[in-house]
Design a protein around this ligand. Structure first.
Ligand SMILES: O=C(O)CCC(=O)C(=O)O
Length: 325
């Protein structure tokens, strides 16, 4: 960490962690994962990643011509880009970890980390995505971004500059003034679980401390200095969805293994569609807490199939359909 900025250090003091995320947009939790949990998760991840690679199902990005998130061109057309090593990808993403090992589900219920997520998001929230990013040697720095680029900003009484359905990664809804008088609240929180030591050399997540309060995502004119998330295996970096961040370039000779679990408010659409994609064997054994995170718990009547007072929905539940007497 950059010593001049006096940035937060890894801590086991949860009050300190809460105050760090409020002030700097991130906190580092010391020993969030015990060594045995780190070992089990790393072993499962390496095995899964190798099998996805063998079966031609690997998703690889992070190469010089392979920036994640650039799904559309300047005219709003979907780019049919292949996320493979053959097309220039270097890093490997492993998606939908809830289906890929019980150890990954266990990690989601880590008390220290969840206390910080609860502090920022409140009592009810969803898992938005749960993936691994294996940053490999040769991977380039990811474009800085926020994890809530889709969030409408507070606006004046006139029409919104960008209607909500027209917001895209390339066309965020901005407040108009800089700095804006009002900013959007934090509506998602990301957790980077370090499964091996993270450093500036091996692609530790780079970010701009305090940028969560800027009120806009990074634009082409913003060239703030970044710092790298560094920590020993087992450390968790919990960060505000508004923080400007991205994977660092990996200039070392080793892989960097990180799990990313993003949580969002219950009124937002998760990145991964767990209500369709969660496997039935997972759901058969899932606790009410896991079902709630995966979106099977009805929230204030939202997410239901029929009755707004149902507590949970089932994966194969269907509405009554056309009925006649
Ligand atoms: O891998 C990292 O360090 C961060 C990844 C990230 O920012 C993303 O996937 O949006």
């Amino acid at each position: 960490m950059n010593p001049i900025l006096n940035l937060p250090k890894a801590t086991s003091n949860i009050q300190q962690a809460k105050s760090d995320i409020d002030e700097f947009g991130f906190c580092l939790i010391d020993n969030a994962l015990e060594p045995a949990v780190v070992d089990a998760a790393l072993k499962r991840l390496i095995e899964q990643a190798a099998a996805e690679m063998d079966q031609g199902a690997a998703f690889e990005d992070g190469g010089p011509k392979q920036q994640w998130g650039a799904f559309k061109d300047g005219k709003g057309r979907l780019r049919q880009q292949a996320y493979t090593a053959a097309a220039g990808g270097v890093n490997q993403r492993v998606w939908m970890l809830v289906n890929k090992g019980q150890i990954f589900c266990q990690i989601l219920f880590n008390e220290s980390v969840r206390a910080v997520v609860d502090h920022v998001l409140g009592e009810d929230y969803l898992l938005s995505s749960y993936s691994a990013n294996i940053a490999k040697p040769g991977g380039v720095a990811m474009n800085l971004h926020t994890d809530q680029w889709w969030m409408p900003h507070p606006t004046n009484r006139g029409p919104s500059p960008v209607p909500v359905g027209s917001i895209t990664r390339e066309r965020p809804n901005l407040a108009g003034e800089d700095p804006p008088a009002m900013i959007a609240p934090c509506v998602c929180v990301n957790v980077m679980w370090m499964l091996n030591d993270f450093s500036a050399e091996n692609g530790g997540t780079r970010f701009v401390p305090g940028s969560h309060l800027r009120g806009h995502p990074p634009g082409p004119m913003d060239n703030d200095e970044t710092v790298s998330a560094e920590g020993v295996a087992g450390t968790a970096m919990v960060f505000d969805g508004r923080l400007w961040h991205g994977t660092g370039a990996n200039i070392s000779s080793e892989n960097r293994y990180g799990l990313l679990s993003t949580f969002c408010g219950p009124q937002f659409r998760p990145q991964e569609n767990f209500t369709i994609g969660a496997r039935s064997e997972l759901l058969a054994e899932a606790s009410p807490g896991l079902l709630a995170l995966l979106g099977f718990k009805v929230w204030s009547g939202y997410g239901r199939v029929e009755s707004p007072v149902a507590e949970y929905v089932m994966q194969d539940e269907r509405s009554l359909g056309e009925l006649r007497e």
